[in-house]
Design a protein around this ligand. Structure first.
Ligand code: C2E
Ligand code: MG
Ligand code: MG
Ligand code: MG
Length: 290
């Protein structure tokens, strides 16, 4: 039934819808225990300032290492966690782990990093979201100024009035806010203006195609619009020098992608930070990644 295709991927045979449904059920059941069995962990992918190539922050990205299925991609299990409601405890665990880690790096003496955490729709819509976030910040002793929450366009479009209100409170606490995967959803530009976000992340599908004339126009327009709305821009999925050069030439503020670093485990980020502080950072890392 199942087949393990090596370290980074896990695929069931998907001959028909039955197999598809079975796969979902199996994963959903396994996910129930993933947290308590400590099968989940976080990787951190650096975000670099375009001009200096300094690491200014990291994005926390969840990983699930199942004992027999192997590594399962968040693209596969986050939607399942959303459906079942498991995203609530899992999301809270991510937030707390990431905040604690960020505070820990600060305690080790590194220049503070902006810690980005992805928030799912269901998490965002919890009535006590603000309270939970404040409590996590208190427990982990992290200043809200070092936390950035990434929300998606679909979330943003759900219930505009409530969303605007929640975002306002988060912002008043000093938390940074980003819209993730920009360009893939159904953002209304008027909402974008109301949301008053700090950062816009251009989806990697636009970055991937940036070599064609039309896509350069698209990306540069997004950057200009974001700046016009007082947002800074992160390009995600930067994989080549050419992409980086084009983004830099067009005023993109930050970059994130395999060209620089893949998502790394804690100890590799610690090494990177130590190298950066001592001015010995080599730009493309051979450290272990997931
Ligand atoms: P995302 O938030 O847009 O995260 C960026 C994704 O792009 C990550 O995939 C990252 O590994 C990948 N990426 C970064 N640079 C490159 C590149 O140069 N090339 C390519 N091909 N990919 C690149 P990942 O870690 O598999 O996560 C996928 C998605 O799963 C995330 O997209 C996010 O939506 C979701 N996710 C991950 N962790 C969490 C979490 O803790 N909570 C929630 N709610 N969602 C999460
Ligand atoms: Mg993200
Ligand atoms: Mg993204
Ligand atoms: Mg994405």
């Amino acid at each position: 039934e199942a087949k393990n295709k090596g370290r980074n991927s896990y695929r069931f045979f998907t001959k028909n819808d039955n197999a598809e449904a079975h796969k979902r059920l199996t994963l959903q059941n396994a996910l129930r225990y993933a947290l308590e069995r400590e099968e989940l962990f976080l990787c951190y992918q650096p975000l670099l300032e375009t001009n200096t190539k300094n690491i200014m922050g990291v994005e926390a990205l969840i990983r699930w290492q199942h004992p027999s299925f192997g590594m399962i991609s968040p693209a596969e299990f986050i939607p399942l966690a959303e459906e079942s409601g498991l995203i609530i405890p899992i999301g809270e665990w991510v937030l707390e782990t990431a905040c604690r880690q960020s505070h820990h790096w600060q305690q080790q003496g590194f220049t503070p990093l902006l810690m980005s955490v992805n928030l799912s729709v269901r998490q965002f819509n919890q009535p006590d979201l603000i309270d939970r976030i404040i409590k996590v910040l208190q427990r982990t002793d992290l200043s809200p100024n070092w936390l950035k929450l990434e929300i998606t366009e679909s979330l943003a479009m759900n219930c505009a009035t409530k969303t605007v209100q929640t975002l306002k409170i988060l912002k008043s606490l000093g938390i940074h806010l980003a819209i993730d995967d920009f360009g893939t959803g159904y953002s209304s530009l008027s909402y974008l203006k109301q949301f008053n976000l700090d950062i816009l992340k251009i989806d990697r599908s636009f970055v991937a195609d940036i070599s064609t004339e039309n896509d350069i126009t698209l990306v540069t327009s997004i950057i200009k619009m974001a700046h016009g709305l007082n947002m800074q821009v992160v390009a995600e999925g930067v994989e080549t020098e050419q992409q980086f050069d084009l983004l830099r030439a067009n005023g993109c503020d930050y970059v994130q992608g395999f060209y620089f670093y893949k998502p790394l485990v804690e100890k590799d980020i610690t090494k990177l930070l130590a190298q950066q502080e001592s001015g010995q950072l080599i730009n493309v890392s051979s450290a272990s990644f997931f």
